[in-house]
Design a protein around this ligand. Structure first.
Ligand code: HGY
Ligand code: MN
Ligand code: MN
Length: 415
């Protein structure tokens, strides 16, 4: 039996599940604050697990807390097709970033059950721990351990702003599993995600066929100056760490613009010490986020940043240290998996275009250990990592239908 264009998911059920999940860890402006390994994340995981068990799936949990929900295939020895993303959110996140990919995977299972369709390969829905990298840097840490990019011990030592360690929090919320991370072998991995950019909406395309993911580099900068009175310290005597951060912020912007149109650069996190209105900052710690589709350009941006930051620090008399706290090279997704996504969009009659992912995703790491590709749907005004993040039920359904066809075609329908 071949998959046909009239085979589609239940879009109302998908939308209801998205809205139900959105009630957990509500933000203050209509989005979500369900940061990784918080009590809210644990509640979201519990809801997801209950749904999976109700759909007849068997649950697995690895030592990074990544959740696996398995639907058996007719060939138990065949490697499973994995599908999923992440349920953790930014502190002022939206309802769909990551969540659409996990619940879209679950909807595929529910629809296969409804249609009583069997597949040769098992299908496993995945919720990766700590994709966002906000509470615990870096981003995509669990999929990074799964792909062998980080060790488990290093990941357990990641510490949040309150001094909590990732490994301890896994225990505290009850999601420290016993499976070895990365022991599971995959036939393929597919991730559905909102675009988090404006291209699909601007071009009125329903589907992004993701061929590549741009590379990323996170550099944490520490500047040490001298705390002193903002009123009585003469300007020439100041060693102002805040001034250094301001000048380096401008430098980051200049470097990114020098590689227009594809390079991006910004500083999203900064801590100022002692952060008092009438004390000149003696210390600042901030993180630079550089991204580009080519590794050589990312390397050039880092080189120029390091040189420029040193000149800025020397001119003010600041101590400077720069540490890489996250990064991955640009990604080229698997050709067969990309073709499965593209032919699914064509079969279903959806407008589509090839796309390079601007954001990082778990798929970017999993692509190193299994054939992988992504499906993207538009989001309103390209906005994400903002509580106003929004999509339409039609976009969610189109993305999940394409995911459905790509996953089931790869898993092989058995008559
Ligand atoms: O940073 C990223 O690109 C992802 O949203 N964690
Ligand atoms: Mn995401
Ligand atoms: Mn995100």
């Amino acid at each position: 039996m071949a998959i046909t264009s009239n085979m589609r998911i239940n879009s109302e059920r998908l939308w209801d599940s998205l809205m139900e999940m959105a009630k957990i860890g509500p933000g203050v402006a209509g989005g979500n604050n369900r940061q990784t390994l918080t009590d809210e994340d644990a509640q979201g995981r519990k809801l997801f697990q209950g749904w999976c068990e109700a759909a007849g799936l068997s649950m697995g949990l690895d030592k990074m807390g990544t959740m696996f929900a398995r639907r058996e295939g007719t060939d138990p020895d065949a490697l499973p097709v994995y599908v999923g993303s992440h349920l953790d959110t930014q502190p002022t996140g939206g309802k769909y970033d990551g969540v659409l990919g996990v619940l879209g995977g679950l909807e595929i299972i529910r629809q296969l059950n409804d249609m009583n369709i069997k597949t040769k390969h098992p299908i496993v829905v995945v919720n990766f721990t700590n994709e966002e990298g906000t509470r615990f840097a870096p981003a995509m840490v669990a999929s990074g351990v799964f792909a062998g990019m980080h060790t488990l011990d290093w990941a357990y030592e990641r510490t949040d702003a309150q001094g909590c360690k990732l490994g301890d929090e896994l225990k505290r919320v009850g999601y420290l599993g016993d499976e070895e991370v990365g022991a599971r072998k995959m036939h393929a991995f597919f991730e559905l995600h909102i675009e988090q950019g404006p291209i699909l909406e601007n071009e009125n395309k329903a589907i992004g066929v993701v061929t590549h993911g741009q590379g990323l580099k996170w550099l944490e900068v520490t500047l040490i100056g001298k705390e002193s009175h903002t009123g009585s310290t003469p300007m020439p005597m100041r060693v102002n760490a805040g001034l250094g951060m301001a000048r380096i912020t401008e430098l980051v912007n200049e470097i990114a613009l020098s590689h227009s149109p594809n390079a991006v650069g910004a500083i999203g996190h900064c801590d100022v010490y002692p952060n008092s209105r009438n004390i000149i900052p003696g210390k600042v710690v901030f993180t630079i986020d550089f991204r580009h589709p080519q590794k050589s350009v990312i390397d050039d941006m880092e080189t120029r940043l390091r040189a420029g930051a040193k000149s800025i620090a020397d001119a003010i008399g600041l101590e400077l240290s720069i540490e890489e706290v996250g990064g991955f090279d640009p990604v080229e997704f698997d050709e067969n998996c990309v073709t499965a996504v593209r032919s699914a969009a064509e079969r279903l009659g959806y407008s589509h275009r090839d796309l390079v992912s601007g954001a990082g995703h778990d798929a970017c790491w999993i692509n190193r250990v299994a054939p992988t590709s992504m499906v993207m749907c538009p989001c309103v005004d390209g906005l994400s990592h903002n509580e106003a993040e929004d999509i339409t039920p039609e976009w969610a359904a189109a993305g999940t239908n394409v995911l459905f066809h790509a996953v089931v075609e790869t898993a092989g329908i058995v008559d």
